[in-house]
Design a protein around this ligand. Sequence first.
Ligand SMILES: Cc1cc2nc3c(=O)[nH]c(=O)nc-3n(C[C@H](O)[C@H](O)[C@H](O)COP(=O)(O)OP(=O)(O)OC[C@H]3O[C@@H](n4cnc5c(N)ncnc54)[C@H](O)[C@@H]3O)c2cc1C
Length: 447
Amino acid sequence: MPLVQQSPYVIVGAGIHGLSTAYHLALALKASGKGDGRDIIVVDKTGVASGASGIACGVIRNNYYQPAMRELMAHSVAVWETDSVGYSYHPVGYMQISSESMHEDVSSIYKQQCDIGYRSVFVEGAKDCSDYMCHIFDDWQAQGITSVLHEKSGGYANNKKALMGLAAKAEAEGVRIIGGCRVTGFRRDNQGTIEAVETALGDIQCDYVVLAPGPWAKQMWDMLEMPSTVNIKNPDTGVISQDVPMWVYWSLQEGTLGVDPNLQQTNDGRMPPVIHVDTDAPLYSDVDGSLITDKMWGIYYKPDFNFGGIQGGAAPFIVDKKADEVAVDPYGPESPEFIVGDDFSTMWVSALAHCQKRFSGKMAHYKSEPSGGIGAFTPDSFPVFDVFYENCYFIAGANHGYKMIGVGKLVAEEVCGQKSALLKPFRFSRYAEGQLHPVSNSPFPWS
Ligand SMILES: Cc1cc2nc3c(=O)[nH]c(=O)nc-3n(C[C@H](O)[C@H](O)[C@H](O)COP(=O)(O)OP(=O)(O)OC[C@H]3O[C@@H](n4cnc5c(N)ncnc54)[C@H](O)[C@@H]3O)c2cc1C
């Protein structure tokens, strides 16, 4: 027998998207007089923060080349700012520091940030960039940097603490969160509308389902009998690429340098912005001086007391397997297959030292504990937010997710009948219609 046999709204997944949707839906129902949080249950096969949200670096930024992503992120940053204590959010800002190959892209991001009123400073030219960075960190030494975009908002949040804060807000509104409840399928009527969510504990009848499965998106997609491939229209040529796999996994590379987080204080003794560097400057090993790469590389890092050091990551890589063959469980650091190896630690710590002298000679402090995890990406690596079978809202964040706390608010509004212009560019139909997002020169699939 399930703990609950019926609920008007069932949300699957207690990560950032499921919990944000639950909390904001509870508020929206109450405001409209149509119900309240007691009409909502969240089910999770494990519990709160047991997926990607619980291991995320937690970086929150606006810096996206795609206008639709940027507007969505500006909305999400505003939601983080509503309760920085409750969400364990650190509004330290964010810096995109780039070599010339990305100058034009980042310049257009800055212009569009000005248009939407998102506070940022843009610095151009090698000398001005070096001066700007040295004014913040006197040991800044990265060469070949020709643009710095300094976002004054954004920063990072403590992954699990933020989720606990969100769960507490939802529960205070009457939402019930049920852990240890694995969804196994959906019972649908003749039209395909979902009548009940089938779980290992029994069926839960419902009027509306919101699915927020994170890296388990493919499994949930398959349960809904959705297509495993899509046709994608090229917006410029009209040529259609047939049978492109709907899901592909990328392995996220993150780790922690176990030094005092205060080591990364700014010249004036403050906690610094999150740093993200993309460059084609040759990268040499800080251990033996050998060349690591002379191709484009990228890293991000921040001091983080939660992780106990300087925490961050590098560009991810595609999991070279058909999606059907990828084992998502055990997830994250518990997966021996997808934790980062020595290649990552050498590259990442050397890259830290490339940027700031204070990290030189610190390789021995790298924490050898397992870290990293995989994400389920869509064909264009951007999210899909859409309704299927009349009453099933699918939130597939394509690993952009943690920062997008505002998506749940917009989804809640859509569930209550109010269409969102911010979510419209992320419908599933964009592939067939060729309404694709522009692609940047960043080495990361989510920029
Ligand atoms: C290492 C790493 C670092 C990252 N860093 C950042 C970052 O700095 N900034 C950023 O914005 N994003 C980051 N991301 C991406 C971000 O973490 C995810 O996009 C986001 O957390 C996904 O949230 P979600 O709510 O969709 O999924 P999740 O947080 O994964 O939650 C999904 C939940 O669904 C549950 N579930 C799955 N299947 C079932 C089932 N059958 N029945 C019941 N429950 C089920 C799971 O147990 C899980 O709790 C990172 C990702 C990784 C892996």
